[in-house]
Structures are given as C-alpha cells and as structure tokens.
Design a protein around this ligand. Structure first.
Ligand SMILES: [Zn+2]
Ligand SMILES: [Zn+2]
Length: 727
C-alpha cells in the first residue's frame, strides 16, 4: 500500500505515517488533512528519510483524508523549517505552525456580495440623499456602507431593495495590486546608484548573496534596496510578467506609515502587510496571495519569514541591528539570522540595512562572507549633527529635575528659532520606582521580581514584565501611612511634566508604546509634527525608528548612561546603537542639527566615540573584548531557564542540571543561580548559561544533557540558543 510520512501540527508528535487512498497523488510539500485519534489535523507530506516515524503495519495504517487545494510547500521552506527546529532546539511542529498559521486559508472561501451605488431616483428621503452623497463610488458590504454613509444598516438594506445599490459578487481572495517597478524612477546619488546596481544584479542571478547596506541615518538606504525590489518585480520565473517576490522585515510594524508612503510613491501601490494586528480575513488573503505568488512584496514582522512564498527572490531586513528581531518566547529564533539562512537555502539575495551593523554582522563582513555596501554621506548633502556631552557632575539638574541648565537653554533656543526638538529617555511611564517615605517599602509586582512603574496618564502602577496593574494607592500598602508614597527617578511622563514647568510655551508630544500604539496614531503624530503643531517630542526608543522630521534640529539624551547599567555583553553596543540612531534624527535638511548627551562619564570610550563619530574605533574595541573573552560571535552561548510555580521543585531541577552539567574542553556551564527576574508571572526562575567554543556541537551536547535529567511535570526547562535576554 502506498504510504506517506506527514509532519503534523502537533507538538511532541513529529512525523506520522499514513496510507494514500486510491486516486490521490501525493508528493513532498503537499498540505493534507489526516486523522489523529477521533479528530483530524493538518500536516505536510515530507520526504520519508528526513524524520523518523513509528513503525506501523499496513493493516493499522489510517488514510489521508484529503489534500488541500493550495500550492505545495516548497523544498526551500521545508529545509528552513528543519534547520530552524534543529538550530533553536524547537519541536519541528512548532516551526511548521508559523508557516501554517492561518488554517482557514487552506480552503477556498465562498464569494461575498458587496454593493455600489447605481441609478439614483429623483425623489429620495433626506436620509437616503445624504447617504448616497457620502457613498459616492464606494463599494462594500452592507455594514461597511452603513458606516461610511453614516446611516443604519436598515437604511442601506432599504436602498438595496429599492434597486439603488447594485450587488457585485466579490472573491474574498482577490489578488493584491502589483507594484510597478517603473512607476516612479528614483533620483539616486552616485553612491546609491552603485549600491543599488550591486543588489539588483544579485537579485537577477539567483545565487545566495548576503549584503550589509551600511549607511548613516538619512543616507538613503531605503531608496537603494527599493531598486532590489524593482529587480525582483521584474524577475521572470518563466511567465511573461515577472513573478519574483520580496520580503521586507521591519522591527516595529506600527511605525511603518512613513515607509509605506515612500513605497507607494516609488511603486504606485501598497505592499502586502503581515503582522499580528491583521483581521482574520486579511491574514487569510495575505497567506493565500503569498502562496500563489500574487503578493509580490510583503512587509512584515519577523513571522513573515516562514510564509510559503511561491518565488522569493529577495529578503530585506530593515534596521537589522534591532534586538527585537530576536523572539523571546516559543521558538526563540533570531529573524535576522533565519533570514540569512532562508536566503542561503533558497539561493537568493538578502540585504541587512542598518546605520549601526551589529558586531555579529561586522565580523561576517570582516570574514568576507557578507558584501558591505557603504553609503558614507547623507543624501542631498545634508550634514551630520554636532554631538556634545553635558557633564552631569558639573551641571547637575536641580533636585527633582532631570534636565540640566545647558539642555534647557538649548531647548529654549531651538524653540525660539521656530525649530523642533526631541528628548530621548528609554523609560515609559512617570517614575520607575515608588517608595514609601515612612517605612521604606518599594512597591513591587506581586508576580514578578520587578518594581511597579507609575503611569500618570492612566493613574496606575504597572508591571512592565507581566502587565499586572493597580490604581496608585492612597495609603502605603505596607504601613498604611497616608500620603507617604514618593515617585523616584524619571520616566518620559515626568520629563514632560518638568518641561511643562520650565518651558511652558512648548507644545509637547509623548512618543511611547502607551501613546503610539497603532499605525493610525503614528500617522497622526507624523502629520502633527510636520504641520509644526509640536515643538518637542519626548520619547522612548520608539522615536529612534524610522521618522524623518526635517525641522527637528536638537536631540537631547536625558540619561546616556542608562543602558550601560547592569549590562550584559551587548549593553555597550546597544547603547551606542540607540544613541547613534536617535542622534540621526537631528537635522536632515541643509542645516546641521545638534545632539546633547547628559552623562556622568563624558570621558568614557562610548561617549567619546559618539562625540567624535568614531564608530569604527568603538566597534573595534568592543569586538576585541568579545574575541578575548570568547563571547559571540567568537564563541557561543546558550541560556537555560528552569521555571515553575513550585520554588523547591525549580531549585531541585536546576541543581540536578548543574550537577550533571556536561564536561568538555572549551565548554563551561555557569549556574544555576536565581535569574535576575527571579520571579516572572508567578513562576520562579533559575538560570544556567552555557559558554562554548565555536567548534563544539552545542545543540547536541545540550540535548544529551537534558535527556539525562528528570524534570517534574510542574517544571519547564527552556533553551535559548544565542540569547539576547539575560534576565
Ligand atoms: Zn510604608
Ligand atoms: Zn509582573
């Protein structure tokens, strides 16, 4: 009897064998429905030699129910799923789930009926007249038209009955518009043109070609990789029109409005978005269009990497240095690294675009594995901002203030000149700590080892780790003293309060994930700043990303030392990236901007490098330090977190892991020790850290080790390969 091996969408089950019923022709990649116990489940037919499966006699074999009428998963994506599962030590089914994240998309949808205004009779009720006027040529469902017409659904249904609205059958899987590579030819500088040509040529050749597109903020990286997208749009997969697809990965989808506008100006229409906020029908349409090849350019969050592209030719990772590309839960993959791996498997080009390439990326350039494309100057001859430090030891702000006199003076000058400013402080809320003056109590999250952060905008204390929040109490929760709670330290809300006191004329906008939580909010902010309704932006790292405000002439970094405290191996690098990015927001027109860094250590190497634009010197020193210590990318790390609600069971499991730690030359296991976040969401946490020489089979060693340790059902052990988070 013919049989197939199927990787099913169920953790812990892996591959299972099924019989192929008569008349069904199945090959690797086909997406099928198979029985599992009393239910059925989705799976993908796989090459039998790739997964082991339990031996089942022919007579006991159950049959595949059906094959879904969607394109088979390509070999490239199957290899990517295998690699990701093996490298990040995740169940292959968990990776497969990211590729098949929209089960409803496997089945063609029934058509829906939409309506559009047809013949309008002379005599109408006032309601219908008003609705007809508002609707104009708009097409939509009864509900959508009622919303746009400002009337009830009953009115719209009445208009349908009267024949005023014409029914139109619509396929919900209508293809997205095709971006036109010739819609608007760009004007590129010489350096941009050279880089664009290199990328376009690589897209045409169908070879693995990793690029680092390294240019200071404002140097026009986007315009350069747009030409790679144009080349992919023209790339011909044997059909008359092009078929090549591009994926653009962005770190923060809420901030893509300006990027989308530039894309539409270059290509004449919008790309296909992919992110967690899509409506069900939008996800479905996007998935099917990606699989059929109709979605030619996809812009999305990291999970877009695992979509089933029909003819992928180019991957762009925008702001490739961003650590948010590392996923912290579930399959703990790094989207930048998986993007490069997908490009290698598919034999295509990948562009890592960034003004501050990560050390891992720089080392690949130095080793000759990645091609570096440098855009050294700002586009249109704009000059880089002047950067200076303000020594907080000699210019301390008054008690209860966080802005030094020189910074306040600079803000005032900028305002008087009719220009805009930005204050950067990577701390949401009003104050990071609330303290009781009478008993010394520090208010902590009941579920996490973390202070609660006061948010004045909402009047609540919030945990930034688990989301727990309570109204700000009137009495101290420990000693019940009234009016004894004092906020300690600044968040952006408190800086805004200080500005309102010392510079009351400035119109201020707060830019944090609490205020800019949707693309619509981001677009409204951009409009307000461009219309000069805002004099000063005060924001967290959200403001470091993607905005272009030509009249923003001053950037003040409230606490340049903040990111260095309690640092992990990337603290210096991350701080440098962040401050360099936010500095790049100053002065993008003809006039140079200025950047002021408030710091207690102006003589520190990182501050000198920021002032002198000596990125090369800074990175060389950081890279040397990592090489000396054998830290990534010169050595390898894996974090192991043992967690559970039962503290004793967690500690016992962590101890037994520690006792049985593998011993090998070039391998060290640190811990167990309570994690810095010793409790998270009510779970106790212990950490171990594995540090290994590059030549060792880290995953193999860890797998063997974990297999030998009994873990109680109440305890979870998770492995984080190449960790970015050490909390
Ligand atoms: Zn108290
Ligand atoms: Zn919490």
């Amino acid at each position: 009897m013919p049989r197939v091996r199927v990787l099913v969408l169920q953790h812990g089950l892996g591959a299972l064998d099924y019989a192929v019923p008569d008349g069904l022709d199945l090959g690797p990649g086909d997406i099928v429905e198979v029985p599992l116990g009393p239910r059925t489940i989705v799976g993908v037919v796989w090459e039998a030699d790739r997964w082991a499966a339990r031996e089942v006699a022919d007579a006991k074999l159950r049959a595949v129910v059906r094959r879904f009428d969607v394109p088979a998963m390509t070999a490239g994506l199957r290899r990517l799923i295998e690699w990701t599962g093996a490298y990040y030590m995740a169940p292959p089914a968990a990776v497969l789930r990211m590729a098949l994240s929209v089960p409803s998309a496997l089945v063609a949808a029934a058509g829906v009926i939409e309506y559009r205004l047809g013949a309008v009779p002379d005599k109408l009720t006032p309601q219908r007249t008003a609705a007809a006027e508002r609707l104009g040529g708009r097409q939509g469902s009864v509900r959508e038209l009622a919303r746009h017409g400002g009337v009830s659904e009953g009115v719209i249904r009445g208009m349908v009955k009267a024949g005023m609205l014409t029914p139109i059958a619509v396929s919900p899987d209508a293809a997205p518009p095709v971006p036109d590579p010739d819609f608007a030819q760009p004007v590129l500088s010489y350096e941009q043109a050279v880089a664009a040509e290199d990328i376009a040529r690589a897209v045409g050749t169908r070879d693995f070609a990793p690029f680092v597109l390294d240019g200071v903020t404002g140097s026009g990286k986007t315009e350069v990789y747009f030409e790679g997208i144009a080349a992919a749009l023209r790339a011909d997969g044997g059909r008359e029109t092009g078929t090549g697809q591009t994926l653009v990965l962005v770190p923060e989808i809420a901030l893509t409005a300006p990027w989308l506008a530039r894309f539409a100006a270059r290509f004449g229409c919008a790309p296909t978005p992919w992110h967690s906020d899509l409506r069900g029908s939008e996800r479905r349409r996007a998935w099917r269009a990606v699989a059929s090849g109709d979605a030619r350019v996809v812009v999305g969050a990291r999970s877009a990497l695992f979509l089933p592209y029909a003819d992928l030719r180019l991957i762009v990772v925008d702001e490739a240095h961003e650590s948010s590309f590392k996923q912290d839960e579930g399959v703990q993959y790094h989207a930048r690294d998986v993007a490069v791996m997908r490009a290698q498997i598919e034999g295509i080009a990948v562009v890592l675009a960034t003004a501050t390439p990560a050390i891992e990326t720089r080392v690949q350039v130095a080793r000759g594995r990645y091609t570096e494309l440098k855009l050294p100057t700002r586009f249109g001859g704009a000059q880089l901002p002047r950067v200076a430090t303000i020594d907080l030891r000699t210019n301390p702000p008054p008690r209860g203030h966080w802005l030094s006199l020189p910074l306040v003076g600079a803000l005032r000058e900028t305002f008087v000149a009719g220009e805009q400013s930005l204050l950067f402080l990577n701390r949401r809320g009003y104050a990071p700590l609330t303290l009781c003056r009478s008993c010394g109590e520090r208010i902590e999250c009941p579920q996490c080892t973390a202070w609660l952060v006061e948010h004045r905008l909402t009047g609540r204390l919030q945990c930034h780790h688990c989301g727990y929040n309570v109204p700000v109490p009137k009495l101290c929760p420990a000693c019940a003293a009234p009016d004894s709670l004092v906020p300690c330290g600044p968040g952006v809300e408190r800086v805004a309060e200080e500005v309102a006191r010392v510079l009351p004329d400035l119109r201020v906008a707060l830019v944090t994930s609490d205020t800019i939580f949707s693309p619509a909010r981001a677009a409204a902010l951009v409009d307000a700043v461009e219309a000069h309704e805002i004099d000063l932006l005060i924001g967290t790292q959200l403001v470091t990303k993607g905005y272009h405000f030509p009249d923003l002439m001053l950037v003040g970094v409230v606490d340049a030392d903040l990111g260095l405290a309690g640092g992990d191996l990337r603290a210096g690098e991350r701080t440098f990236q962040q401050i360099a990015q936010v500095s790049g927001r100053a002065g993008r027109g003809a006039k140079p901007g200025r950047v002021l860094l408030q710091t207690h250590q102006p003589e520190a190497r990182i501050m000198r490098a920021l002032v002198d634009y000596d990125a090369e010197g800074f990175y060389a020193a950081e890279t040397d330090a990592r090489r000396d210590l054998g830290l990534p990318p010169f050595g390898r790390l894996a974090g192991i977190v043992v967690s559970g609600e039962d503290e004793a069971a967690v500690a016992a499991t962590a101890r037994s892991l520690g006792r049985s730690a593998p011993q090998a030359d070039g391998l060290a296991v640190l811990g167990p020790a309570p994690a810095p976040l010793a409790m998270l969401r009510g779970r106790h946490r212990q950490r171990l850290l594995v540090h290994a020489r590059r030549s060792l089979d880290l995953q193999g060693i860890i797998a063997e080790w974990l297999e030998g340790v009994a873990v109680p059902a109440s305890v979870r052990v998770t492995v984080d390969i190449d960790p970015y988070n050490f909390l």
